[in-house]
Write a protein that binds this ligand. Structure first.
Ligand code: PBG
Length: 331
């Protein structure tokens, strides 16, 4: 590391490397490219599109709009999408069984996209919250405690149905202990050797997920309950390294840190400590903050790309962001 002391001035003038755009480009240490982006999309069983009030500019897509978005991703050079379903409340149950329905909304959507656009990478979430009548990511007991091992049995069925439908990645986002290993074993036994696991390894119990819960319709189900008995405490950093180490040992191909911007220190530590790709999720609340500030003229729209570049600088290999298409269109 070079250190500039006062004595070195004026021989050392860091501004020389900033004085024109060409040189700035030459010496840039990180770069943002459409190649690094994953576009999360909300889907529903209705044929039309509905606005999501908590996420200005984001819509729940029907089958036709989903195919249009998939095509747009490819045109913009975005390699991957991630699917999140808003499930008909009538299909929600205590055990979330709709999660592994082979004809379910997500499974059907994956198959349809894969038929039209086989080269588009599809990341499918593994967690029960869009499907449970109580909005938790897992099964609960009579005192509403979230059950770990019972939940894993359901997550396995869900992961297998998603792999069967053609998902390129299954992405457990539930934070149950031991689920990555159990899902890996089940995928191997079923012959899905090449289905990758993107583990939401360091996922914090965050208020920044609020708009997402409104988007998939789990907020109402959850009520005043929270997810702090399984998602991580925002106070912790060493614990994130332990979670990541466990998920890698259990067979995760890539790991995720979530949320993004308030957790850049975690992205940095994880990406330096491990040699699997670190994904980061710029979550719904981060999107809404930036979107509304830009839409109201309070911040310049350049903050969007800047926020994504910061993830790259911190060491992220890939970024899930609701801005993916907007940013890719500018790059
Ligand atoms: C649920 C899940 C959540 C998100 C992705 N998967 C919400 C939660 O854990 O409550 C949040 C994504 C976002 O806020 O954009 N398993």
């Amino acid at each position: 590391m070079t250190r500039f002391s006062h004595a070195e001035f004026p021989r050392a003038r860091p501004r020389r490397l900033r004085s024109d755009a060409g040189v700035r480009r030459l010496v840039a240490e990180s770069r943002l490219s459409a190649d690094d982006l994953v576009w999360p999309l909300f889907i529903h069983a209705d044929s039309g599109e509905t606005a999501i009030e908590a996420m200005p500019g984001v819509r729940r897509l029907g089958a036709t709009a989903l195919l249009t978005a998939a095509e747009r991703a490819l045109e913009l050079g975005i390699p991957a999408i991630a699917l999140f379903p808003a499930i008909d409340p009538a299909l929600k149950t205590a055990d979330g069984r709709e999660a592994w329905n082979e004809q379910g909304l997500v499974q059907h959507s994956i198959a349809t996209i894969k038929q039209r656009f086989p080269e588009l990478v599809i990341i499918a979430d593994v967690a029960l919250d869009p499907f449970t009548s109580h909005g938790q990511d897992g099964m609960i007991d009579d005192q509403a405690r979230v059950l770990n091992d019972e939940t894993i049995a359901v997550l396995i069925r869900q992961a297998l149905s998603l792999a069967q439908a053609g998902a390129d990645f299954v992405a457990p986002s539930d934070m149950m202990d031991g689920r990555v290993g159990a899902i890996r074993d089940a995928l191997e036994s079923a012959g899905h050797h090449d289905t990758r696991i993107l583990a939401y390894a360091a996922k914090y119990a965050s208020g920044f997920y609020g708009p997402f819960r409104a988007a998939v319709g789990s907020a109402q189900q959850l009520g005043n309950a929270d997810k702090r008995t399984y998602q991580m405490d925002p106070a912790n950093s060493d614990e994130a390294l332990r979670e990541v180490a466990l998920d890698i040992a259990e067979g995760a191909d890539a790991v995720m840190v979530k949320p993004g911007m308030p957790y850049l220190d975690i992205v940095s530590r994880v990406s330096q400590a491990f040699s699997v790709p670190t994904f980061v999720y710029q979550v719904s609340g981060e999107y809404t903050m930036l979107r509304t500030a830009v839409d109201n003229g309070l911040l310049d729209s350049s903050v969007i790309a800047e926020s994504l570049l910061a993830f790259r600088r911190a060491g992220a290999a890939a970024i899930l962001t609701y801005f993916a298409a907007d940013v890719a269109a500018q790059l």
